[in-house]
Design a binder for this molecule. Structure first.
Ligand SMILES: Nc1ncnc2c1ncn2[C@@H]1O[C@H](COP(=O)(O)OP(=O)(O)OP(=O)(O)O)[C@@H](O)[C@H]1O
Ligand SMILES: [Mg+2]
Length: 267
């Protein structure tokens, strides 16, 4: 079985080398625990290894992701980027296909136009943060990277990041499970390894809609000790589940360091 390194050395060691190729790994945790930074490591490790990346970000512009990465010692500017929000098709296959809120808005508009043509009397309107829009956008990114692959063509391994999934069900958390399932059915491929984030409410420690964990092949949970009693930020990471892997079962202390990013230490 091929394993896909996450880009965080100690985590890869704890995972027998990495995430099994083709897995869907969910990173859960409250705000500020380091979920987005873990996604940046995962994407960067892929780019370094020659894997193209589909990067969905609902929270920031990709420029901000790149700036955060640069601070942590990961230079994304050496790779070619294409945003699906752009009008022109890329001339060459890019290293990174970005799906940000502008890309989602564009795809939602296209879907609504198509719906108008199909049934002008009852038009279905698509929102940028709807699961149908996300599915269409990811498939568009796959098309650009030719993920499906022509017959006989070598299959490239692709990394998919969705940060965050919670944005797609903020107003209807009960549908989290259904949406997660729809996304996986529509975008899962053997040659795509995915990392998706899910936010937890800091007060109740409950996911905003439980569901992503159920469809996941792996769950990496991150949290921090109560800052009021600890009087400092103490972050933790644990591998809660990883199919086909005799993974480490103890929590790591997490440090986020300028120039290095996530550094894990044994508790
Ligand atoms: N250059 C840096 N050096 C040290 N720590 C940093 C640096 N940049 C960011 N951090 C730390 O990382 C935190 C942000 O982590 P991250 O964005 O991954 O959180 P998150 O889990 O994605 O949160 P959210 O759920 O709000 O998106 C910051 O609050 C800060 O504490
Ligand atoms: Mg984040």
């Amino acid at each position: 079985m091929r394993r896909v390194p996450t880009g965080v050395e100690a985590l890869d060691k704890a995972l027998e080398g990495g995430i099994p190729q083709g897995s869907w790994v969910v990173v859960t945790g409250e705000p500020g625990v380091g979920k987005s930074i873990l996604c940046i490591h995962f994407a960067y490790a892929g780019l370094k290894a020659g894997d193209p990346v589909v990067y969905v970000t609902t929270e920031q512009e990709f420029r901000d992701v790149m700036e955060q990465a640069r601070q942590l010692g990961m230079d994304f500017s050496q790779f070619t980027t294409y945003s699906i929000a752009w009008k022109k098709e890329p001339e060459k296959t890019p290293n990174i296909v970005v799906v940000d809120i502008f890309g989602l808005l564009k795809v939602a508009r296209q879907l609504t136009e198509r719906a108008k043509e199909e049934s002008p009397e009852k038009v279905k309107r698509y929102a940028a943060l709807s699961i149908d829009t996300l599915i269409e956008a990811v498939n568009e990114a796959y098309r650009i990277l030719a993920v499906a692959g022509e017959k006989g063509a070598p299959e490239r391994h692709v990394r998919l990041v969705v940060d965050s999934m919670s944005a797609f069900w903020v107003d209807k958390p009960v549908l989290a499970r259904k949406y997660s399932y729809q996304l996986k059915i529509a975008t899962h491929r053997d040659n795509v390894t995915a990392m998706l984030t899910s936010q937890y409410a800091p007060t109740t420690r409950q996911a905003y809609g439980f569901g992503l964990e159920h469809i996941a092949d792996g769950v990496i949970h991150m949290w921090m000790d109560d800052v009021e009693s600890a009087k400092e930020i103490r972050r933790w990471l644990i591998i809660k589940k990883m199919r086909m892997t005799a993974h480490d079962s103890k929590a790591f202390r997490v440090r986020i360091e300028t120039g290095r990013g996530i550094v894990l230490e044994r508790a």
